[in-house]
Design a binder for this molecule. Structure first.
Ligand code: UDX
Length: 437
């Protein structure tokens, strides 16, 4: 099939490459000329395991190209909308200007029978509104919503082998003609057994925001338990292991630490609350305010613990922060708790050095006032305290004896509860975890 993918960020670039891998002829479209130049040359414009190899593999087949002009969408039968929906400045609501611009830009190039498929995370009700715009431009075309659940760091496998496919269509019917078209697009994963659910448009939009809200709630739940464990002298990691063995609860997403960040969970729960308010259902989501508050409190808590660890004052203390990305296997620093803690420590008078295997470029653009070191050893040199804030494997596997020879004072704060406390203490370190005695 001929497919266009509008928006080539974390979601669209991966989607375009994966659609070509599934055998389709794909054009990726983005207004960012640098991104398009990178992608056209087979370079991933961001760090995502497996993406660069996949781009090169499918580009060699001639089935994948990238363009900056929307007119390149003309002639495709299916158009995926993959642009961002960031948080509006100064508000909780989502900024839909990129989605609106994508649909408005695409409208003149729609041919009879084309299918527009929304993948961006949008407030419920957006798809119905955009459907009118699409129908207004080309009455025999159709808009459906097909939310995306990919995780950064696993984006390629999550797209090629998703755990479910959700199709939102106007009448919520399996018989809707758009369902057959999208089944052809996803015939590979469907034949491999991926379950597929057909819903109406608002349910499909809500599936995504509900899923992210649940994940955020799970993380904040365990972080609230970490606060209690700290107060009671208990161990949140063992608590998580024990409750996670109940398969109604499950162990995944129960890692207590500095909390969630990234381009999705924080802004999605806020946009969800804002949308619920507009719908007159704000009471239903007031708990998400608490989820957000627990999450943000983690960052303040780490700053306070670091102050304690440094003997009561941060002034002039040399602090090394291991990890800048919002999670390992990513170079994304959007709302990264690690980076926000680093910046806060610096504001409070510490001398902060940040290192990360992939995210230093993005981090330096976001917080140019921090000091960055490419190599872990150099970053730890003469540190008064070391903070592990993103659990990259190389930090988890650090040798406490070798690390101890580099620093001025052997103090470590394990913001992800990723280190073996006993081993670090045995090597002479003062070890602090979060919710661990
Ligand atoms: C998330 C959703 O998982 C994905 O389905 C959706 O499509 C987009 O948003 P992503 O933002 O890539 O994906 O990251 P995710 O793996 O969900 O992690 C989010 C944050 O939670 C990270 O900062 C991570 O460090 C943190 N986290 C995760 C915890 O603090 N504890 C955990 O147990 C799990």
């Amino acid at each position: 099939m001929r497919i266009s993918v509008i928006g080539c960020g974390y979601l669209g670039a991966v989607h375009a490459a994966c659609m070509a891998k599934l055998g389709h002829d794909v054009v990726g479209i983005d207004v960012d000329e640098r991104k398009i130049a990178d992608l056209s040359a087979g370079h991933a414009p961001f760090f995502e395991p497996g993406l660069e190899q996949l781009l090169q593999e499918v580009q060699a087949t001639g089935r994948l190209s990238f363009m900056t002009e929307m007119s390149a969408a003309e002639g495709s039968q299916v158009h995926f909308v993959c642009v961002g929906t960031p948080q509006k400045k100064g508000e909780n609501a989502a900024d839909l200007s990129y989605v609106d611009a994508a649909i408005a830009g695409l409208a003149p190039y729609l041919s009879p029978g084309d299918l527009v498929v929304g993948k961006s995370t949008v407030p419920v009700g957006t798809a119905a509104r955009l459907s009118d715009v699409v129908k207004g431009a080309q009455p025999s075309s159709e808009l459906m919503w097909n939310p995306e659940f990919l995780r950064e760091g696993h984006a390629v496998t999550d797209t090629l082998q998703p755990d479910r496919l959700v199709y939102g269509v106007h009448d919520g019917s399996e018989e809707h003609p758009a369902v057959q078209i999208l089944d052809r697009v996803y015939s590979g994963p469907l034949e491999a057994g991926t379950p597929r659910l057909v819903t109406d448009l608002p349910t499909a939009e809500l599936v995504k925001t509900a899923a992210n809200s649940f994940l955020a709630t799970k993380i904040s739940f365990i972080n609230a338990m970490a606060e209690l464990c700290d107060a009671a002298g208990a161990n949140v990691s063992l608590l998580a292991d024990a409750i996670g063995m109940d398969d109604r609860i499950g162990r995944k997403f129960l890692n207590a630490g500095i909390g969630f960040g990234g381009g999705c969970l924080p802004k999605d729960i806020r946009a969800f609350m804002a949308r619920a308010g507009e719908l007159g259902a704000d009471q239903a989501l007031t708990f998400l305010r608490e989820v957000d508050a627990i999450n943000m409190r983690r960052r303040t808590r780490v700053v306070e613990l670091t102050r304690e660890l440094c003997g009561g004052s941060l002034l002039g203390q040399r602090i090394t922060v291991l990890g800048a990305a919002f999670k390992p296997q990513s170079d994304d620093v959007r709302d990264s708790p690690a980076l926000s803690i680093a910046a806060q420590l610096q504001l409070q008078g510490a001398v902060v050095t940040v290192t990360d295997p992939e995210a230093l470029g993005n981090a330096a653009r976001r917080f140019p006032e921090l000091h960055y070191e490419e190599f872990t050893e150099a970053a730890m040199n003469r540190a008064d305290a070391v903070l592990l804030l993103t659990e990259w494997p190389e930090y988890r596997e650090l040798d406490p004896y070798e690390a101890g020879a580099l620093v001025s004072a052997k103090r470590v704060l394990d913001g992800r509860n990723a280190l073996d406390a006993r081993k670090w203490r045995a090597a002479g370190w003062t070890y602090r975890g979060l919710g661990r005695p």
